[in-house]
Design a protein around this ligand. Structure first.
Ligand code: NAD
Length: 360
């Protein structure tokens, strides 16, 4: 049984699916690991470190299991063949053509973002490991773009008040953003439509903003707001946002466009020099003035919409993602080390997006 580690070809992607430490773990279990030359180069991991870990540098695309970070391009799908297994962030909701092509090719594919968020599967939860990186980097980006300090400073030249940071949407990324902004010295506030999050917000030293809307949905996710709730939320946030130097938005609803939380009027009401970092750009953005993938200045407020923050911290993002994939690979293999997923296991049943030609 072999596992292939391929080089990511998507623009700006610097992560690699498996790092040498995890490769060594697999090799110790008797798995053959084949690494495409240069697979780790953008994460500053040279081929030699993979060789030292026991991997072969070669045709990783021919392996029984191909480990990827992001969904394969058309050219990459064409390199795969029937009977192989593919693992990665396969974006099954957006990349329907690729998923169709994988199915037609007879490739069995598991999308890590579809792994259920149950306790047993936490070790495989790549949404969380990468969401943590996004939350952390979003705060650093905000601090870099801000015209103001985050911490309070008392100096001979005067006293600087701490920045105020509001985090909208407190899932994994939002919670990490709150913790990171606090560590940098900001006064932090968190808001979410799931009231159960209030305790988590307070546990990282932040204030809880209560707008009186409860939109807890299924499986721990939020549901989409009704038109009335959305109008109520936008109006209340328009007032609240005025007082903040930094707003970081992370609100998502599975399978839906990003909820619009920050209106153009809310941006206009912010102090000049304030910063918004919108992590929901991929699904349209939480801010009305967001331009996905761009940093823009509107009404003297900088609005950043980074689309792949984990790629900007490739070493740790890859290390954590590797651990997620290792746990998934271990679940897919049987006691003899053969690829034999047990589809009575909900983790595998729900994350499997193609089984074999003609099935889903
Ligand atoms: P997510 O990225 O899907 O969404 C981010 C946040 O946006 C969520 O907290 C959501 O409630 C919020 N949101 C959605 N619409 C909103 C709106 N209109 N206004 C304000 N906020 C809005 O979230 P996530 O980080 O993927 O976490 C999703 C769930 O999974 C959470 O319940 C989390 O606790 C849970 N989770 C469980 C585990 C586990 O037990 N294994 C691990 C990680 C996360």
């Amino acid at each position: 049984m072999s596992v292939g580690v391929v080089r990511e070809s998507a623009e700006g992607e610097r992560r690699v699916a498996l790092v040498p430490k995890v490769v060594a773990t697999l090799v110790n279990k008797g798995v053959e690991v084949i690494v495409e030359s240069g697979a780790g180069v953008n994460a500053l991991i040279p081929d030699q470190l993979y060789s030292d870990a026991g991997a072969t540098i070669g045709d990783a695309w021919s392996a029984d299991i191909v480990a990827k970070v992001v969904a394969p391009s058309d050219d990459e799908v064409a390199k795969l063949h029937s009977g192989q297994t593919l693992l990665g962030f396969l974006a099954p909701r957006n990349q329907t053509n690729q998923i169709g092509a994988l199915k037609a090719a007879g490739v069995q594919a598991f999308a890590v973002e579809a792994i259920p968020r149950i306790s047993r599967a936490q070790v495989m939860d790549a949404l969380s490991s990468q969401g943590n990186v996004s939350g952390y980097k979003a705060v650093l980006l905000a601090a870099e773009k801000s015209t103001r300090y985050f911490p309070m400073l008392t100096t001979a030249a005067g006293t600087v008040k701490p920045a105020t940071a509001l985090i909208l949407g407190v899932g994994v990324a939002g919670l990490q953003a709150l913790a990171t902004a606090k560590r940098l010295g900001a006064r932090t506030t968190g808001y979410d439509v799931r009231p159960e999050v209030a305790d988590q917000v307070k546990s990282v030293g932040a204030q809880w903003l209560d707008l009186g809307i409860d939109a807890a949905g299924e499986g721990g996710y939020a549901r989409e707001l009704t038109d009335d709730e959305r109008a109520q939320q936008q109006k209340a946030l328009e007032e609240a946002i005025k007082g903040f130097d930094v707003v970081i938005t992370t609100a998502l609803v599975p399978g839906r466009p990003a909820p619009r939380l920050v209106t153009a009027a809310a941006v206009e009401g912010m102090k000049p020099g304030s910063v918004i970092v919108d992590l929901a750009g991929e699904t349209g953005g939480n801010c009305e003035l967001t331009e996905p993938g761009q940093n823009v200045v509107k009404h003297d407020v900088t609005i950043c919409s980074p689309l792949n923050l984990p790629a900007g911290m490739p070493e740790h993002a890859s290390e954590l993602y590797s651990k997620n994939l290792l746990a998934l690979i271990e679940l897919i293999l049987d006691e003899n080390g053969a690829v034999a997923p047990d589809f009575s296991d909900e983790v595998l049943a729900k994350s499997c997006v193609t089984r074999e030609a003609g099935t889903a």
